[in-house]
Ligand binder design. Structure first.
Ligand code: SAH
Ligand code: SF4
Ligand code: F3S
Length: 473
């Protein structure tokens, strides 16, 4: 019996136990027991939330749209920047009075934020009504923790809090129940954690060391997703280009992509995120010759200044990045390159901003997420001298944002008038006569259509470019 088999059998037992308790409570209340999952942060967290939801539904909980009305409320948190932390505290603050009235409501916090010791203490002490806290490494253990919280003796006051945070893990638990947010597309974890320790970044501390899943497990998950109607997969990892390191099998990310490409039923393949330092020629070739891999690569630059890149521990120079991006553009027709930028990193000067603007100009990004540097305690950058005053960072941010927006509008305008394939994702929120879908290059298109199109790939004429999206027909 493998380790994973044992783990899952145990979790199944806990799901059954929790299910009995939830059923009893429903009978007593004369209504369904309900849950609400709120997710902050990246695609990785979104995927984790699908697992939380899968477990809750397997236990008999039913979705409640209104957070404050649910019997079980869980926050899957992010701590990448301070505003992510503040989002959680805002939500918790709004529950104080509700929880006073409804002491049977269970409030849980999990994910990246409580992995950080001081944040854990803050939640425990300042929001002492929280019932359950766990982290990223023991998400698979949620069924057992759920039983623990449902069967505890005190539901308030001393001893009411169930909390378990692990410092790290080298394990990967397979086959956790999942409830997907979309029927036709899905994230697929290919690796967990990060070993890069970029000087500003908290992720390696809260997500632990990098570990790849066995390719056979990934392929069999994608096969069953395809059998279940999924046409687009997004392969997820903090640095997908280093996929395969540490596995017994000899496999690169490019080779994994080739295997995914062969799976029948899968029509589009995306991935996130690529670290420039590990992007291979092999990957570029596989992308260039693939029918299914989308024409989009997210390639975080962070800064155009070699001096700052060195301080950030990014392991590439301004020139190396430009060379790589231009090679990608040359070899993969119609590819969209998007990026992440950090403004206000310690030691940043006006010259460094000029370097960043120069790279934007040369690479001509199709899109960029621009962030103001946020100090994360425990990271090397937090204790660096020359922290940049907020007002200075804000001014520089506005300049860079301006440039980035102008550039992405120019890039998008090039596709006006073309007919391109769109995967229809949703009814348009503002106008129910329209549907919204995505191009291979990740830009959105709104066009007249009905709900029967959702999940289908259809050719659409891009009649008008609105900067970041198109109107089509
Ligand atoms: N693994 C991905 C990035 C994950 S975090 C990669 O390396 O490409 C997503 C983005 O958040 C990063 O690319 C970076 O631009 C931003 N970010 C991370 N830490 C930050 C911080 N302390 N302040 C501001 N932005 C940050
Ligand atoms: Fe953070 Fe760098 Fe790892 Fe990305 S590669 S998650 S920015 S440490
Ligand atoms: Fe945030 Fe954790 Fe993702 S810190 S960005 S949710 S890995």
């Amino acid at each position: 019996m493998t380790d994973n088999y044992k783990e899952i059998t145990e979790q199944d037992d806990y799901i059954e136990q929790a299910g009995r308790i939830v059923r009893d409570r429903s009978i007593e209340a004369g209504r369904d027991m309900t849950y609400h999952v709120t997710t902050f942060g990246c695609q990785m967290n979104a995927r984790d939330s699908e697992k939380l939801t899968g477990i809750l539904e397997a236990c008999g909980y039913v979705y409640e749209e209104e957070e404050s009305l649910a019997d079980f409320v869980i926050y899957n948190t992010c701590t990448i920047r301070d505003n992510a932390d503040q989002k959680l505290y805002g939500h918790l603050g709004s529950l104080v009075n509700i929880k006073k009235r409804r002491s049977d409501m269970i409030i849980a916090v999990c994910g990246c934020l409580p992995q950080e010791k001081s944040a854990f203490e803050k939640i425990k002490n300042s929001y002492s009504f929280v019932d359950l806290i766990f982290g990223t490494h023991n998400l698979f253990d949620f069924p057992r923790l759920l039983v623990k919280v449902l069967t505890r003796e005190n539901t308030k006051g001393k001893g009411h809090l169930v909390s378990e945070i692990w410092d790290g893990t080298d394990r990967i638990v397979e086959d956790i129940p999942v409830k997907r947010n979309y029927s036709f597309k899905s994230g697929v974890n290919i690796m967990f954690g990060c070993n890069n320790f970029c000087s500003y970044c908290i992720v390696p501390y809260v997500r632990g060391r990098e570990r790849s899943r066995e390719s056979a497990d990934i392929i069999s998950e994608i096969r069953s997703l395809a059998a279940d109607g999924v046409v687009e997969v997004m392969l997820l990892g903090q640095n997908v280009n280093s996929y395969g390191k540490g596995l017994d099998e000899n496999i690169s990310f490019a080779q994994l992509l080739k295997q995914v490409e062969k799976i029948e039923g899968i029509k589009r393949i995306r991935f996130m995120t690529s670290h420039p330092k590990d992007l291979s020629d092999e990957l570029i070739d596989v992308m260039a010759s693939s029918e299914k891999i989308c024409k989009h690569i997210h390639l975080p630059l962070q800064s155009g200044s070699t001096k700052l890149l060195r301080s950030m521990n990014r392991q590439y120079t301004k020139e190396q990045y430009i060379e790589l991006a231009l090679k990608i553009r040359e070899k993969i027709t119609d590819i969209a390159i998007t990026t992440d930028l950090i403004i206000g990193y310690p030691g940043e000067s006006e010259d460094d901003i000029e370097d960043t603007l120069d790279v934007i100009e040369k690479v001509r990004f199709d899109g960029a997420f621009t962030f103001i540097y946020s100090k994360r305690s425990g990271t090397p950058a937090a204790s660096m001298p020359d922290q940049i005053p907020e007002e200075v960072a804000k001014k520089r941010f506005a300049r860079v944002l301006d440039k980035v927006q102008q550039m992405s509008c120019e890039m998008a305008a090039k596709n006006e008038g073309r007919v391109l394939d769109v995967l229809v994702e949703d009814i348009n929120r503002q106008d129910p006569g329209l549907v919204t879908g995505r191009l291979s290059n990740n830009l959105t298109v709104h066009f007249p259509g009905d709900p029967s199109l959702i999940g289908r790939i259809v050719p659409v004429k891009l009649t008008e470019c609105k900067g970041f999206y198109y109107i089509g027909e």
